[in-house]
Design a protein around this ligand. Structure first.
Ligand code: ZN
Ligand code: ZN
Length: 350
């Protein structure tokens, strides 16, 4: 086997590893922890005293304290996102109410008159025909049973979105808006998405930590960018050419000795900073929108016409519990639980 083939094989296996979600989870979490701890330590120990050189000691102390506060908020909410038990537990959360059938729509959802409808119709026409026409546009949930013999076709049953449906993995009914996560291998109440950076699902119980994390992450990235811009202007741009600002060029030119490793390091760091600034602020905007509308990412992506009839303060209570603003100082999930009914969703209407 030649060397080039061996290198190709290595790259391919790396690609395979990256498509493996468990590996992706661990990789993203390690990157996050190393990145946060590294950047916070660097900022608090070196960057802040350097930037506030001309100011009094009190200003330096205040800026450092603010940096510690930001890092603490991000870390604590990250741990909460990861370790707050998000799974649907029938013994704790309740089971399917009497008088309700599996697959019975418990809310009146109008037909979403979009391309999605025709796509769904094509996908499993026979299943859809058996359902109430009113729900066609919002039928999203397909339960698949794997065939037992080679000749058998997979058995698929389609249910209205807003109904109790069977989870074939957990082998029990699950409430509307509750989805099984293949990575976490549990059914998650009001599942929003699986977050690789936390290695956990975001749902009914930890959406509050996710949103608070994003808020402080946005503040932290804006705070860092405001400090990085003057340094960039006075130290980096003066000593480098325009093309050095593209980070692979900077790395290559610093390896060849044309620019200092410090400048190359700072150029790479600023690219990371800009990426995180973009991620944090755009995700924060999405989450604020979802809380305002009372929807999940899944429902937004599938253009479901769900309406949460409550006012904004009740919607905030349904995510944070009472005194929602206090969550931005300290996690309070163990004191103020979300005020909502995660099994029946009585306030969600057509
Ligand atoms: Zn499940
Ligand atoms: Zn998950």
């Amino acid at each position: 086997m030649t060397r080039a083939v061996r290198i190709m094989m290595n790259i391919l296996s790396l690609k395979k590893k990256f498509t493996d979600v468990l590996f992706l989870d661990r990789f993203s979490q390690s990157c996050f922890l190393f990145g946060l701890v590294g950047i916070a330590t660097f900022g608090i120990l070196f960057a802040i005293p350097y930037m506030y050189n001309d100011f009094s000691e009190k200003v330096v102390l205040f800026a450092r304290a603010f940096g510690v506060f930001l890092a603490f908020q991000m870390l604590i909410n990250w741990f909460c996102m990861k370790f707050v038990d998000n799974g649907y537990n029938p013994d704790r959360d309740g089971t399917m109410p009497d008088g309700i059938q599996m697959g019975q729509n418990i809310s009146r959802i109008p037909v979403a008159d979009s391309k999605q409808t025709s796509r769904n119709n094509r996908r499993s026409q026979s299943d859809l025909n058996t359902l109430n026409k009113r729900n066609v546009g919002s039928v999203m949930y397909v339960a698949s049973e794997l065939p037992k013999t080679a000749e058998e076709q997979p058995k698929r049953t389609t249910y209205p979105y807003f109904s109790w449906t069977p989870c074939l993995r957990c082998n029990r009914p699950r409430p509307p808006r509750c989805h099984h996560c293949p990575q976490c291998n549990v059914c998650v109440l009001k599942r929003d998405h699986h977050c690789h950076f936390a290695g956990a699902c975001i749902g009914y119980k930890n959406l509050r930590h996710f949103s608070v994390f994003l808020f402080w992450a946005s503040v932290a990235t804006v705070f860092s960018t405001l400090h990085a811009v003057p340094y960039y202007y006075y130290h980096v741009i003066q000593n480098t050419s325009f093309f050095d600002l593209i980070f692979p060029v900077a790395i290559a030119r610093s390896a060849l000795g044309y620019i200092s490793w410090k400048n190359a390091f700072f150029i790479v760091l600023s690219w990371i900073l800009v990426t995180f600034l973009y991620w944090a602020t755009s995700f924060l905007q999405i989450v604020v929108d979802l809380i305002r509308l009372g929807k999940t990412t899944f429902e937004r992506d599938h253009k479901m016409e769900l309406t949460d009839k409550r006012c904004l303060s009740d919607k905030l209570r349904s995510v944070y519990g009472n005194y929602w603003i206090l969550n931005f100082i300290i996690p309070l999930h163990f004191v103020f639980e979300p005020i909502d009914d995660p099994l029946n969703w009585p306030y969600i209407k057509a």
